[in-house]
Structures are given as structure tokens and as C-alpha cells.
Design a protein around this ligand. Sequence first.
Ligand SMILES: C[S@@+](CC[C@H](N)C(=O)[O-])C[C@H]1O[C@@H](n2cnc3c(N)ncnc32)[C@H](O)[C@@H]1O
Length: 386
Amino acid sequence: MALKDSSPEKWVYKEHTRIKHNILMNYLSPWMVKLGKYYRHIIFVDGFAGRGEYFDENGKLLAVGSPIKALQVANSLLEKAKEKNRPPYFDNFTCICLEKDTDNYKNLKEVLSREYEKLKFKNSLDYILKNDEFALAAEDIIRKIKYELAPSFFFIDPFGFSGVPFKLIKEILSLPRTEVFFNLMTRDINRFLNLESNRENLRSLYSNMKWKDICSALYGQERDVALKNLFIENLYSEGKSKYVSSFRMCMNERYQTLYYLIHATNHFDGFKIMKDIMFKQSSFGNYEYSGPYDAKRKGQISLFDLSGADYVDTNRLEKILIDRYKNKYVKWEQILKDIYKDTEYIETHIRKAVNNLIKKGLAFVEKNTENKKVGKIGPGDMVKFL
Ligand SMILES: C[S@@+](CC[C@H](N)C(=O)[O-])C[C@H]1O[C@@H](n2cnc3c(N)ncnc32)[C@H](O)[C@@H]1O
């Protein structure tokens, strides 16, 4: 029998949850700084807000849930600005939390009010908590955000895959300066595929029936990847999202996909920051947490320094650059945009590959006179590929 959403087993703090929180928090911090500069009120919507606390198997408190973590990130940014004697990064941060399960809601309410009291900058931080379903409450929230013209970040983190109609995601993405961070639970899609009652949930999640063909033609990891790709394809085609990145999360016990974290944005800066974070969160730069394989492989190669670009094959990237840009002058920013969108490489690799090409006499740089960082390729610099 399926566990209730409030069952203690569901609130044990697993490594994949810790990594999910790391990715989210590492992103929210620069997002708040960037958006807060132009729009003084910013909104974080936690559509599946959770219980508020996580424990270990023995009941020892290990971590707080995502809404509290988001408030803590905002608080520490305000603290940092104060320490540096600079204006605050934003005037107001609101965290809107929706939680359907009454038991989880009660716990979240308690933990939120306890943890909120500990925050130093309460005047600039607030939260709204609703015991409601995401799909029912979202319309009002969308209206509020539209009215306030506030940039917003929607975290959509269900346990399964029901209660998230794609038409709602589409509506959210149509708001200006709004991003979505979505947890696509492919393990559960696979597990409950044949249940008649889930057909409607899947139709609503994908807004078409292509998932059916995938499920009848493919198995195992191929099916997971295809289900994820179909969702991403929808974000591009129907959601009109310009940039999408994803991170594969395996089970703690097995090298098997549990879910994909998927980020959709219309801004390259946000996409780049998220992709950098996802790269760094994966032990091997493969945009995934591989469960037990991570620890095993880490142990095997712990003698080497695997940080940064060292273990990524930049020879292939050099070839991509030459194939794409041979005999062309290309702006540095354009190279970043193209390579980030079409490949798995990040800035460190692109720099390394371009520098290698320069050493080999296959490229040179024309510096933008306003780019003060002498020696380092930067904004406005042009790269000529020979
Ligand atoms: C994965 S947990 C959320 C964890 C939380 N985001 C975190 O990172 O700490 C999913 C939560 O969504 C709640 N939930 C389930 N269906 C829901 C719905 N339709 N609308 C809102 N919340 C829902 C569950 O009770 C559960 O607490």
C-alpha cells in the first residue's frame, strides 16, 4: 500500500534531497541578487512545500524544508549586505507555500513560525502559508504576481506526478521574469504506468499523449530519458521557454533514476548559473547524482584532482568550436550562449578549449578595449577561428 504523504518514512533526509536543496539554494542566492537589483519585491512560490523538517532514521532532526531554507537564503543575503555596508539586495522577499496534506501543513506552520522568529531581517521577509492544492491555489497567485509585476520563482516538487497540469506550468511561464524548477518523478511514472487512474494525470502533465508511445516502445533508462526529453520538449514548444537544464537524481541505494530536476527560464544568465551549479553538484560533471556509484567511483579516483575542467575531454569541444565557427569572428558572449545551449560544457571548459586553439594557432582574440581584465577573455572580446 502506498505511504501517506505525512508518513515519517517520507521525511528521512536522504542524500538526493540534500543535493536537491543544494542546487535550489545555490541558485536562489544569485537569482535574488540579480532580480532584486531591478525589482524590489521578489516572490518564491513553493507549490509543494512539504513538512518543514527532515530527520534521520533515529528521529534526529537533520534539516529544514525548502520554504525555510529559501527564507534563510534571503535573510543571509540581507545580512551580508549589511556587513558590507551596502544597500540591501532587495526590499521584500515573499515565500508563498502551498501544502495539501493537513498533517504536513500543521508541521510546516509550526516550523515556519519557529524558524521565522530566528531571522534577523523579518521586516523585509514574509511568508504566506496555505493548506491547499497547488493546482487550485495557483491561479490566485499568478494573478497576484501579474498585478505586482514581481519576478517569481516557482518550485514544483511533488512526491509523484499528479496535481501538476502542464497548462498551469505554461501559464506560469507566460509571466514575465518567472522561472520554474520542477521535479519530474519518472520512477513513479514508470511504477504506476498501468493504473487506469493515472492516465488522466499523465495526460494532464504532458498535455498530449506522446508519453504513451514512449512507454510502450522503451524500457528502463531509455524510457526515463525519453520521458524527461518529452517534458523538456513541451517546455520549449508549448511553454515557450528559451532555456531548459536538467539534473538526473538516482536512488540512494541503486543506480536507477528517481527523478529529474528541470529548470526553465527565459534568461541566459539564469540558465548559465543553473547549469554551472548542476555541473558542480554532480561528482563527475555528468549532471547527475548517481547514488552508490558516486561514492564508489569517488573512492577509486580520489588520488587525482578532479575539480574544474581537468577531467572533461576538451579535445571534443575544440573540434565542436572549429566545426561551428571556422573562418568566423564570434563574440565571446555568443560562444558561451551557443555552447551552453547545445552541449554539456560550461565556461571553464570553453575557456580551456579556446586557449588551446589559440596555442595551436587555430584561433586568436581581438580584445574589447573596455574589457579591463587583461589576459582573460571577457565580454565584448571577439574570437577569430581560423
Ligand atoms: C516532495 S514533498 C515537498 C518537499 C519540499 N519541497 C522540500 O524540498 O522540503 C511534496 C509535498 O507536497 C504535498 N502535496 C501533495 N500533493 C499536493 C498538491 N496537489 N498540492 C500541494 N501540495 C501537495 C505533500 O503532502 C508533500 O508534503
